[in-house]
Design a protein around this ligand. Structure first.
Ligand SMILES: [Zn+2]
Length: 355
């Protein structure tokens, strides 16, 4: 029996109509949450792509098929630099000759976080100062290095507040990253990673010192706007964004109170804090386990820094370790009231692990 040779591959545009001039292209991701929504916005003489996916083979095929059907792409707009949003920017820009547009803060942040931080072996040092064991930081570093976004070609056009992308208003929304930009038009918000059911507000090196505070402030801004629907980069559309933003802010305040309650008079590292409250990860693949721990650390650090800003927690840092303690204990022990302290506390941090 002879097999007939395969015919030419059938192109399969996959975007769905969302509203007049707005289409959504959902691409698979090889890591959680398993998908990312990109958007196509009709412009006067072509389309604006909002985010690109991670740039893997299936995503590149999807974009090629989509644009063959849809017509010319004029702009590649990036809400922020994370791999699942910006990893395909180089491919898409080279495929279409469309310029890459993003916020200037995002451009700097990408350089500071990825290009300076990861190759210089700083990840292990930074994680180690927060109490993360070497095995976990090595494993997480490998994962992170695979997800660094190389800079798209050409000169990205930078945009900021009060700028427009086509007829969409660019809306700064710091929190998930410092330079995240959303797009707003006629009550419809492309909300990127700002309004997610499971908020992702991490602290990484070289970023704004209070990302949770920045996120809460921009949630308040969203709740004041007349927005009827938000289209996120992951998950389902949000029908009443103002109410959802208020709900997210309330839930975050509750998480901050819970974390404040867990702070001890004796300082401990953020890693010790999260390990004390962690469920067993038995059965998880090794890398997933370690990456989950590091992400939990980044979220805990963002909240701890918020508590430091509020005067509830005190950060002790020196060359070796960064630790956090309850502020009132700091006062009781007659130490300085300043939020930073250069010398390391004399207590034994391992002996302080809660039961
Ligand atoms: Zn992101």
């Amino acid at each position: 029996m002879t097999a007939s040779p395969p015919g030419p591959r059938k192109r399969q545009p996959r975007s769905v109509h969302i509203a007049s001039g707005v289409r959504r292209l959902t691409l698979a991701l090889p890591y959680l949450p398993g998908h990312v929504h990109c958007y196509l916005l009709a412009d006067s003489d072509g389309w604006i792509a909002v985010d690109t996916g991670c740039g893997n083979a299936s995503g590149r095929t999807a974009w090629t098929d989509e644009l063959t059907e849809r017509g010319p792409l004029r702009t590649v707009f990036l809400t922020h630099f994370h791999h699942d949003h910006a990893g395909g920017a180089r491919y898409l820009s080279e495929l279409t000759a469309a310029p890459v547009t993003r916020s200037a803060i995002d451009f700097r942040e990408a350089h500071n976080q990825w290009l300076k931080f990861a190759p210089a072996n700083e990840v292990r040092r930074w994680l180690g100062r927060h109490g993360v064991p070497k095995e976990t930081s090595d494993c997480a570093r490998q994962f992170m290095r695979r997800h660094i976004v190389s800079e798209p070609p050409g000169n990205p056009v930078h945009v900021g507040a009060d700028d427009h992308i086509g007829d969409w208003e660019a809306l700064p929304a710091p929190g998930h990253t410092d330079g995240q930009l959303l797009l707003l038009r006629d009550g419809m918000l492309l909300s990127a990673d700002h309004l997610l059911n499971r908020p992702d507000i991490p602290m990484w090196p070289n970023r704004n010192g209070d990302p949770v505070g920045a996120w809460l402030a921009s949630l308040r801004e969203i709740s004041r706007r007349d927005i009827q629907i938000a289209l996120p980069s992951h998950g389902a559309p949000v029908a009443r964004p103002a109410a959802f933003a208020r709900q997210l802010a309330d839930e975050e305040e509750a998480r901050l109170r819970m974390l404040a309650d867990r702070l001890r008079p004796q300082p401990q590292t953020a890693y010790d804090l999260i390990e004390a409250g962690r469920r067993s990860d038995a059965g998880l693949p090794c890398e997933t386990n370690h990456v989950k721990r590091v992400l939990a650390l980044a979220h805990a650090l963002a909240r701890l820094e918020r508590l430091v800003m509020l005067g509830v927690a005190v950060r002790y840092d020196d060359e070796e370790l960064v630790m956090y303690g309850r502020a009132w204990a700091h006062r009781l022990s007659n130490m300085s009231e300043t939020r930073r302290r250069k010398s390391r506390p004399s207590s034994n941090r391992r002996a302080e692990r809660p039961c």
